[in-house]
Design a binder for this molecule. Structure first.
Ligand code: GDD
Ligand code: MN
Length: 403
């Protein structure tokens, strides 16, 4: 890699909003900011920082920013370890840990300032030494050499491996998640063999923190899909065993991952409408199941139809909430359920007069008239649900201003 990348170069960063714990004499906060998210990693900090110090070329233009959501003494451990290092170290401790790991990384990116002159590169890595610190110069060097905006450390290139991924179960999950993400985002993930990697270098100028709405662990996926870096490069790496402590990911992260994929995929109105339709179709299953149960239990089929329909409506509501409009839940939940259920039932009530209108007034056949009524009420219900249940706060509160 080019040597000059690591020599301190002005201007230093007055805008770096978090004061460094210690800035060694003669070192200028530099062209590489390492963002390291931490959640209870006290046992890894010392080893991580000393290995970083041993890996980074002397006279470096580099700083380390921990974005910490810990409930243990990790910040104090960092503070102590930061004292005799050749680079500045800061901690951004978040009292309100929104977005988990991904949210921490975005807050770190934001703290380096938009268009800040000092940081050319951001490197994101884990604190538990599963990402080898000695590869940091190589990641940045590869970006400089190729002119890429994003350099991913990949476990799936020749020379890379997932040695530290514990057990067949986790390997299968990781493979499945990678395949799913690549299948859903073939264009955004072209050239990225390991979109689940949490170890990468990013040109500061290629990212706008405000464009990111991370959800859980997969911050690289979020960056690749929402920021679309123009050029991507990769280097291989061997995913190591965790140095100390335990992994924080679990089944809950799996659910968040699926919700994250849905949120990324449904970013356009047309995609949201498609999702709305698919979820609507899936609602037939709980609807029919409830109908069967209720009629089995001896209920007359007409009231049973009405009750069973509500089961389908609630099913749709839960899926639409978590998969489509997760970031638009501004109203109170009871308010949202009420409005959603009303709209869903209004849809049924509207359908019959609409069919009658198409047949009697426009002379349509019953079948096409019914199909047209279904499509019409579907589009109306989608538009009404978006506007009346999930309209973004800004648009809802915007009032024409009088001068
Ligand atoms: N600030 C913050 N907040 N940090 C967090 C949080 C959080 O809520 N959750 C986890 N972290 C930190 C951990 O302290 C660690 O430094 C890093 O994020 C990764 O967490 P692990 O719990 O060690 O994750 P993992 O080993 O299961 O997952 C790793 O491998 C995946 C690929 O299989 C990570 O590198 C993922 O990014 C990667 O996708
Ligand atoms: Mn880990």
């Amino acid at each position: 890699m080019s040597e000059d990348l690591w020599t301190p170069h002005a201007p230093s960063n007055p805008e770096f909003s978090i004061p460094a714990l210690s800035v060694p004499e003669g070192v200028v906060a530099g062209s590489v900011t390492l963002i390291i998210p931490t959640f209870n990693e006290a046992g890894n900090i010392g080893e991580l920082l000393s290995r970083l110090a041993g890996s980074l070329p002397a006279g470096l233009a580099c700083e380390v920013l921990f974005v910490d959501d810990s409930t243990d003494d990790t910040p104090a451990v960092i503070e102590k370890a930061a004292l005799d290092l050749p680079f500045p170290v800061s901690v951004l401790h978040r009292e309100n840990p929104v977005g988990g790991l991904g949210g921490a990384v975005v807050d770190g990116i934001r703290a380096t300032g938009e268009g800040r002159p000092g940081t050319d590169w951001i490197v994101v890595m884990d604190a538990d030494l599963q990402h080898p610190p000695h590869l940091v110069p190589e990641l940045v060097g590869e970006g400089e050499r190729t002119g890429a905006d994003l350099v991913v450390a990949s476990r799936y290139l020749p020379g890379g491996s997932r040695a530290g991924l514990a057990g067949n179960y986790r390997i299968a999950v990781s493979r499945g998640a990678t395949g799913l993400a690549k299948g859903l985002f073939p264009r955004a993930l072209r050239g990225i063999s390991d979109p689940m990697s949490g170890f990468f270098a990013l040109r500061r100028s290629a990212v706008t923190a405000d464009a990111l709405k991370p959800l859980g662990y997969k911050i690289l996926l979020e960056l690749a899909v929402r920021c679309r870096p123009a050029k991507v490069a990769e280097i291989p790496f061997v995913f190591q065993d965790r140095h100390s402590g335990e992994s924080k990911s679990g089944a809950r992260e799996g659910m968040r991952f699926l919700a994250h994929l849905a949120a990324l995929r449904s970013a356009t109105p047309l995609a949201r409408m498609l999702g709305f339709g698919l979820i609507g179709l899936s609602g037939f299953v709980p609807n029919l199941a409830a109908l069967w149960l209720l009629t089995q239990a001896g209920m007359h089929y007409l009231p049973a139809e009405i009750a069973a329909n509500q089961a389908g409506v609630l099913w749709n509501f839960l899926l639409i909430e978590t998969l489509l409009f997760r970031d638009r839940r501004h109203r109170h939940w009871a308010d949202r359920v009420g409005r959603f259920v009303l709209l869903a039932n209004a849809d049924l009530l509207l359908r019959i007069p609409l069919i009658a209108l198409f047949v009697a007034r426009f002379g349509m056949q019953v079948l096409p008239a019914t199909a047209l009524a279904l499509v019409t009420t579907f589009v109306l219900r989608f538009a009404a649900t978006e506007a009346l249940v999930y309209l973004p706060r800004k648009a809802r509160t915007a009032r024409p201003t009088r001068s």
